[in-house]
Each structure stands twice: as C-alpha cells, then as structure tokens.
Design a binder for this molecule. Structure first.
Ligand code: ZN
Length: 133
C-alpha cells in the first residue's frame, strides 16, 4: 500500500517513484494528502506538476536521487528535477527562498486517485514574470 495516513488524517507517509522506477522516495506530509491543498501552477502546465511543499527533512530517497537531471529557467530560483530515463517531473528545489521546503509532484505517489484531491490554482506567471522562458 502506497498510502499510510495516520488514523486522524493529520499526517501521512507516502511512497513515490517516477514512471520507470529508477527514482524512488518516501515522504511524510502533514496534513495527509486528502486534506492537503495541491497546487496546480499555471507555469507548470507543460510538465503537469501537481505540487505539495513538504519539508526537505521529511523526504527520504530510496534510490535515484543522483540520477535526477536539472532544469532551470527564468530567474533560476527553482531547480526542477526530472528522471532522465522516463521524463517524469519529480520535484523542484528552491535556491534562494523557502529553501527548507521542497516541491513534490504528487503524481509520483503510489496508489493515489488524483480526482479525490483538493486543488488550488496558483497563477505562477503573475507571481513572477521572470519565470517566462
Ligand atoms: Zn524514471
């Protein structure tokens, strides 16, 4: 089972991987995913990111972290990381602010139903015009 939310739903531990399985990790988040606002960012439509922002300390790589390739654009504050084998956008790291957090693509989580999640739209282009490619 890929999802193990605790009994009161306030946190959960999730197993995740890219499509080919080269990259595998586990992440603890609070609240549990069914209560977590998942961000769909307007700038991320190309990559299909559905993002949550757990603490870096709460992600544990099982394999493949070193295999991830970087992609940066705009002001280069974000380092997007994707699997070079299957192309799955896995996560991104902040370079200059929110550096204790990490953006995780919940589409990598095992056994989740994307239709049951709570979404909020983020207008990334308005937040930072520098993000234009
Ligand atoms: Zn992969």
């Amino acid at each position: 089972m890929g999802i193990t939310p605790d009994l009161d739903g306030t946190s959960g531990t999730y197993e995740a991987n890219c499509h080919c399985g080269n990259v595998k990790f586990q992440v603890n988040i609070s609240p549990a995913l069914e209560n977590y606002p998942v961000s769909i960012c307007s700038i991320c439509t190309h990559n299909g990111y559905a993002l949550i922002y757990p603490y870096k300390k709460d992600i544990k790589f099982i394999q493949g972290k070193e295999a991830l390739k970087d992609y940066r654009f705009g002001d280069k504050n974000l380092t997007h990381k994707f699997c070079p084998n299957c192309g799955t956008p896995v996560l991104f790291e902040f370079q200059t602010f929110y550096t204790e957090l990490i953006g995780i693509n919940v589409r990598t989580f095992k056994d989740i139903d994307m239709t049951t999640l709570k979404y909020k739209n983020v207008d990334g282009k308005s937040l930072s015009p520098k993000y234009e490619v």
